[in-house]
Design a protein around this ligand. Structure first.
Ligand SMILES: [Fe+2]
Length: 242
């Protein structure tokens, strides 16, 4: 069964993640050493700064640069995670009606990794997510949902959002903090399933750490939970038979 990292900034020089192809390769090698099979490259997309077409162009160039480096540096025997293209799409007002939103989903899927705003949410944000699900017919994975619990007064909205058929992605690093671990366990009870991402940005800072998160989650929920999560994760990305 594949071990999947749903959230990373592994592509070189496209956002605040990896600074070079060399660093990206290092991130992939660290992930490989942690038993990761698939890594989603979810570079930041901000509609305020970028157009979807130019983002996709930059992402393709970045991927090509990295693959070139991999061809030069890797020996035939060396195994590194398979890369899947994606985007961490920052919420903006009007996102539910944005043209070409479909093109920002994980490669080959209709699953969108959505980063909600770091402000107190209103009803309108929840309604936009509902519109994306119901009218745009996309599936939505909420990036590091636990991070938004830190925003005062937001908890009610988070649980309202979880009423929708969304997927919840949790950052592996959040298991290191006791308070957050407690909140994650509440979220699991509510949603019954979560998916993990490293949200790694480099080899020195915010490093690949999915293994630690998986171990902490296993301690919390048991190995059957992890097995089920891995199975569902592969189905979500359409990788179950590959
Ligand atoms: Fe991220």
């Amino acid at each position: 069964m594949s071990v999947i990292d749903f959230h990373s900034h592994v592509l070189p020089r496209i956002d605040d993640g990896s600074h070079s192809s060399e660093e990206s390769l290092g991130m992939l090698q660290i992930s490989a050493s942690q038993g990761i099979d698939v890594m989603a490259a979810t570079s930041h997309f901000y509609a305020t700064e970028d157009r979807i077409s130019s983002f996709l162009n930059r992402r393709r160039c970045s991927e090509e640069r990295l693959k070139e480096r991999m061809n030069q540096e890797l020996t035939k025997e060396e195994r590194i995670p398979r890369l899947i293209m994606g985007a961490e799409v920052a919420f903006f007002t009007g996102i539910s009606r944005a043209e070409r939103l479909e093109e920002l989903t994980y490669e080959g899927t209709d699953l969108l990794l959505l980063e909600m705003p770091f402000t107190k949410w209103n009803k309108s944000e929840i309604e936009e997510v509902r519109y994306i699900l119901e009218r745009r017919k996309l599936r939505v994975m909420l990036a590091h949902l636990e991070r938004f619990l830190m925003i005062p007064g937001n908890k009610k909205r988070i649980y309202e959002l979880m009423e929708l058929p969304v997927y919840v992605q949790i950052n592996a690093g959040s298991f290191e903090r006791w308070g957050e671990r407690r909140q994650i366990s509440k979220m699991i009870r509510k949603k019954e399933q979560i998916f993990l991402g490293s949200d790694c940005h480099g080899i020195h800072h915010r490093v690949p750490n999915l293994k630690n998160g998986r171990e902490a989650l296993e301690k919390m929920m048991g190995s059957t939970f992890i097995d089920k999560m891995d199975k569902e994760a592969a189905v979500l990305l359409g990788l179950e038979d590959k």
